[in-house]
Design a protein around this ligand. Sequence first.
Ligand SMILES: Nc1nc2c(ncn2[C@@H]2O[C@H](COP(=O)(O)OP(=O)(O)OP(=O)(O)O)[C@@H](O)[C@H]2O)c(=O)[nH]1
Ligand SMILES: [Mg+2]
Length: 451
Amino acid sequence: MNRAWYYACGCHYRLAEDSILLISGQLVIQEKIMANSYFQLESNLRNLKLSGHVGFDSLPDQLVNKSVQNGFLFNILCIGETGLGKSTLMDSLFNTSFESTPSPHNLPSVKLKAHTYELQESNVRLKLTIVDTVGYGDQINKEDSFKAVVDYIDAQFEAYLQEELKIKRSLATYHDSRTHVCLYFICPTGHGLKSIDLVCMKKLDTKVNIIPIIAKADTISKTELQKFKSKIISELQNNGVHIYQFPTDDESVAEVNSSMNAHVPFAVVGSTDFVRVGNKMMRSRQYPWGTVQVENESHCDFVKLREMLIRTNMEDMREKTHCRHYELYRKKRLEQMGFSDVDSENKPVSFQQTCEAKRSILLQELQQKEDEMRQMFVVRVKEKEAQLKEVEKELHVKFDKLKKDHTEEKKKVEESRKKLEDDILELNRRKMQFAQQPQHHTLTLGKSKKK
Ligand SMILES: Nc1nc2c(ncn2[C@@H]2O[C@H](COP(=O)(O)OP(=O)(O)OP(=O)(O)O)[C@@H](O)[C@H]2O)c(=O)[nH]1
Ligand SMILES: [Mg+2]
């Protein structure tokens, strides 16, 4: 039974978990023996022959039926400069029209836009999400162009992790938005990769399956194309960028996949127009000098890309996303949260032990923080008290001074009052004296003045 078959079932089928192993067509039953009070498993594999038909040979059909019932899910991220033909290629790949609108060229930063579609082929339903990098490469400073993409991919991983960590999980109905493949559109310059391409792919190669493709390959000549492809591959290798390799460990697809690995980066052409060739309408691009047929393998690698992306390796990409890229993210995040499989002495620790250890560390930290805060509070209170005392002292001094000034002022006022009273007495005395003097003296003075 090959792995592609399991993939076709759309399940992460864990053979070991079921304790039933199919090894080279032989049935092996793994016996589980519980030792002492531990759940320790001791393996004792024995080959047994069945005396008649039991029925578990229908397991593959059960899986296929279940998967078809549930439907499939695939998420594609298209990274490429504005107008490189991303939307046209998506329309061509899925032979439909996603009715996307052209992006503006003047955005201050890169934005990621996701659109989800329900597609159906025969009785197989596919929930397809296409994520577009709007404004990628349009900014003068392209240094941070990759950041929005990295953040988007991480955000999808984080959302899945949070769902997984919930007590009541709904993973069966959860819309898994983790990116399964990144189609990186390379500008058909013929001169190799731009630095933005290398930096972005390097940042993403541990997070997502990258398939680099040469966009608008009809604008580049046949001989130039081969040189361009070799240049791109050597630049990727020299910069340690790991692109997605079509798997060769499954014998049913090993040959085709290894030959296709040699064709990467695929040089693709997309079109929304159809031209009649013989009695068939073919997706093509018409030029004054001839017609480029999108699905003609001697014109471009479109068919190779479609075969590899959709028909042969879609499930492998989903599996690698879950088992490699998400696993890496999850491991990093859980370590950040303080979880580990081994303790400081490299001895295995259970989740519960880690939780308890973490809890006691947190309690200790809390206690320490509380003590520190208490001490700080006492110090602050003492400081405040000292400050208040100082202020009180100053106020006392001020009060004494004011009191002294007031007494002096009062004394002065008293003296002035007394002096005033004396003056009034003196005035009254003089007034009386004046009134007792004879009146003519005044008249005489008046007459003499007239003279
Ligand atoms: N020569 C050539 N032109 C193409 C190809 N694919 C698309 N185009 C043309 O390029 C233009 C932009 O195509 P789109 O598919 O809108 O490009 P895009 O990358 O989605 O653009 P934005 O979403 O605006 O960033 C259109 O005029 C297409 O007809 C191709 O393979 N070769
Ligand atoms: Mg577009």
